[in-house]
Design a protein around this ligand. Structure first.
Ligand code: PLP
Length: 236
């Protein structure tokens, strides 16, 4: 299967999943998770109609931006962001999806203020409370947003989650539902600097279930590009 065939197949499944639960397929964005794929593969995905690209590593982001790989679509940062690399990402991407701790929020605020811009972000929630994953606990989100006006150069556009690896339909239902509820709770509060448009959840193995639970952005790597090199190593 080519990248273009893969994207078409995912679109068809996205549409079917949306229609099955009475949602408009246009509400759901397809973000290509481009880590470990080169500029040429990224261009093929964009030509096939993905809505945006998400990059995990700063070095890859910088390299592919140099190659003009993301031309035509917004680019997001979706990986763990070290504070010493904030300068290379703020103002360089349309959305930082993976803001997972207060200290990172503070560093993004400082850099955005220095540049005189407003940076769009998502708050990453460690929805299954996994020790191996970063992210805020769900219970921390509303208290944090009470103080979000302390970060005037940041605009919170929603939430992102990476639940456990899903083996079958239904595995992550509970976590996706909790994320949806949290986004509803935030909307009801009408905070300044906050506009929940994105609920970024769902990956290659569970995006249909995420759509059934209200996801507005799925992040797909393997199902577009095939297995990544290190996945192939780990499968041996
Ligand atoms: C790699 C990655 C994805 C995509 O994962 P697949 O299972 O390959 O679709 C989504 N989100 C994040 C944050 C990732 O790092």
């Amino acid at each position: 299967m080519t990248i273009s065939e893969n994207v078409a197949a995912i679109r068809a499944k996205m549409d079917a999943a949306a229609v099955a639960c009475g949602r408009d397929p246009k509400e759901i964005r397809l973000c290509a998770a481009t880590k470990m794929n080169d500029a040429d593969a990224v261009r093929q995905a964009i030509a096939a109609g993905v809505d945006c690209c998400g990059e995990n590593r700063v070095q890859e982001l910088v390299q592919k931006q140099k190659e003009n790989a993301y031309h035509g679509v917004p680019v997001h940062f979706i990986g763990h962001l070290q504070t010493n690399k904030v300068r290379q990402v703020v103002g360089k991407v349309d959305l930082i999806q993976s803001v997972d701790r207060v200290h990172l929020l503070e560093e993004i605020q400082k850099e955005a203020a220095k540049q005189g811009i407003r940076q769009d972000i998502l708050l990453e929630v460690n929805i299954a409370n996994e020790a191996s994953k970063s992210g805020f606990q769900a219970a921390q989100i509303l208290p944090l947003l009470e103080h979000i006006s302390d970060f005037p150069n940041i605009f919170v556009r929603g939430l992102m989650a990476i639940p456990p690896i899903s083996k079958k339909y239904g595995d992550n239902h509970k976590f996706f539902q909790e994320m949806l509820q949290l986004s509803v709770d935030i909307r009801a509060k009408k905070y300044d600097n906050v506009w929940v448009e994105y609920l970024s959840m769902g990956m290659s193995d569970d995006f249909e279930e995420a759509i059934a639970c209200g996801s507005t952005m799925i992040r797909i790597g393997t199902a577009i590009f095939g297995a990544r090199a290190y996945d192939r190593l780990h499968q041996k």
